[in-house]
Design a protein around this ligand. Sequence first.
Ligand code: UD1
Length: 422
Amino acid sequence: MDKFLIEGGKCLSGEVRVSGAKNAALPIIAAALLVRGPLQISNMPALHDVNTMLKLIACMGVDVKDTGDMQVTIDSSAINSYKAPYELVKTMRASILVLGPLLAHFGEAEVSLPGGCAIGSRPVDLHIRGLEAMGATIVVEEGYIRAKIDGRLKGAKIFFDTVTVTGTENILMAATLAEGQTIIENAAKEPEVTDLAECLIAMGADIQGAGTDTITINGVSELQAASHSVIPDRIETGTFLVAAAMSGGCVTTRATRPDIQEAVLQKLIEAGAEIETGDDWIRLDMKGKQPKAVNITTAPYPAFPTDMQAQFAAMNCVAQGVSHVKETIFENRFMHMQEMIRMGGKILIDGNTATIEGSTELKGAPVMATDLRASASLVMLALVVKGETLIDRIYHIDRGYENIEEKFQQIGGKITRISATN
Ligand code: UD1
């Protein structure tokens, strides 16, 4: 297993190009299953999770052409299987995103239950109930969700009692080919949901209200070939900005979108950062200062994202003052805190709230990456504290960050990948 060796104590400054958003790319790949004909996707990030999703649809007989330069063309004309096998689904929960498109287009789908996850139980009951409300017959047996429909799915009113991102995306995709109107209430408003909707509209879907909590879809009989560019990754953007703030440095993120970053930018300003933005860039300048600790509570978009919680926890460890970090989306999403404590972080956990006392005494230590964003937070902390840190199990980070070590090296981070073969 690869590891990162990091020499800390560096001030980060320079420019980073942000990649396409993982959480937009994954549903958009699944959306290619809704059309017989090519869907050309650009600004596709080179990530393990993206490869897994492409592998998943390729094993159904779908033609996947990686034309290089962040472009992928997918054509599902030759599809010959509607099964997402356990071996692939177990490595990536987002595989569930093929359920809605397969069912809506081909009338059947067999998707392995995603199973346990490091950051909580994360059920998929809302996806299943939504599709059942649209007339699907679904049984869960032998570890698989087996779904069928006679004819077309039927439009329905679907109310989510919990805001679910991939749940909203699954129903949204399914509804594009359903008979009649579907209304999703308490829908996720994440920009990645809106990006998916824009891709579907380019394919000929009739969708109104994406980006609000009520999405209305009027089903059409078929969708057409189209092309779409994936939005920039707001979590990657935020990760580099927070890292810059922790180090007292000045970093500009390019090819990004400030308008989908409000909650994070506000917290960085509260921490003492100067933020400047243009159409597609964000510059953070800390002017050599230590950040001030900030309280955060995670909640669905447009509130503070759970995917940025670990990074802000890392910043609060080296900030001035005491902070409270509250996680309301996922249970058990504090595993990075234990590793931060190994580096000298002063953290007390009580249920879903961590109290962090900032300190300048943290030091590098051997630590273990536990999930995707947790891994990023450990890299960030290691880059700015004194001493050397060895981070094990970094395969988590490769799932969702493109060339993270190269990007940190570009802004002055001392980070080396130690390959398992070395
Ligand atoms: C997506 C993102 C992930 C992000 C999360 C929350 C992708 C590929 N992943 O994950 O990066 O951290 O949104 O912003 O886009 N829930 C149920 N039943 C369901 C579905 C969800 O109870 O059927 C609960 C979950 O356990 C969780 C909450 O709803 O407590 C939100 O989860 P959800 O938005 O579905 O997360 P994902 O879509 O899996």
